[in-house]
Unconditional design. Structure first.
Length: 229
């Protein structure tokens, strides 16, 4: 009886582990398809700025906007793997249609941060973005210094007096000296499902070995007991 119950218990646990691994395989396929579709949307041909942008509908929408940089702006603390610490440069873009929106022109290192602010006509090709970067660990902004620690679009827009609309530049014409565009991409979206696939199937393999050893010992013990009798 003990051997039978042990077999059933081991089989149930193994089935659960394998099913979790297979579920992660399906999740991996879904996530890869989602990221491919998202990347295609990000890289699509740019369109005009929507009259009434919607964060849910227009997230990552590629746009091309011409206008004038007013000189107003702020910076968001950031870092890159190659350049280290620096700032995302956010500037007010007054469009040719008379709207005031924000343009994330890209990354500027701390060393070059004292350069004069670019003003004048510019054409920005990029994507609309409403980043979700604020959590309980995010420091409070310092508006008097023009320094922020996350791209919280409503907060930034309130500080600059613009629409709550952020265009993350893929390219600008003319290029902004000392500023490296950091375009929207799917790289920041986690996809660890392949890791989870290996994890669950590894657990299933380990459990199979443990179960085999355990059941073999129970069977040998029962056999010896029967022989002793």
């Amino acid at each position: 009886m003990r051997f039978t119950l042990s077999v059933i218990f081991s089989a149930v646990i193994l089935a659960v582990l394998v099913s979790l691994g297979l579920w992660q395989v399906r999740r991996l396929a879904w996530k890869e398809a989602y990221l491919a579709d998202l990347q295609a949307r990000i890289a699509a041909a740019p369109v005009e700025l929507p009259a009434r942008p919607d964060p849910a509908r227009d997230q990552y929408l590629p746009v091309e906007v011409s206008g004038t940089l007013s000189g107003e702006g702020l910076q968001v603390l950031a870092s890159t793997r190659d350049a280290g610490a620096g700032y995302r440069i956010i500037r007010v873009l007054e469009t040719d249609g008379g709207r005031r929106v924000m343009a994330d022109l890209g990354f500027e290192s701390i060393e070059s941060h004292e350069k004069p602010r670019l003003t004048g006509p510019i054409r920005v090709i990029g994507n609309l973005h409403w980043p979700d970067e604020v959590d309980s660990w995010t420091p409070a902004p310092e508006p008097d210094k023009g320094l922020f620690f996350a791209r919280d679009v409503p907060v930034l827009a309130d500080a600059l007096g613009t629409e709550p609309l952020l265009i993350v530049a893929r390219a600008t014409e003319p290029p902004v000296a000392g500023v490296q565009p950091l375009p929207v991409s799917t790289e920041s979206i986690p996809n660890r499902h392949l890791e989870y696939v290996f994890t669950w199937f590894a657990f299933a393999f380990i459990w199979s070995v443990i179960s085999f050893v355990m059941l073999r010992r129970i069977r040998l013990k029962r056999t010896r007991s029967q022989k002793g009798t």
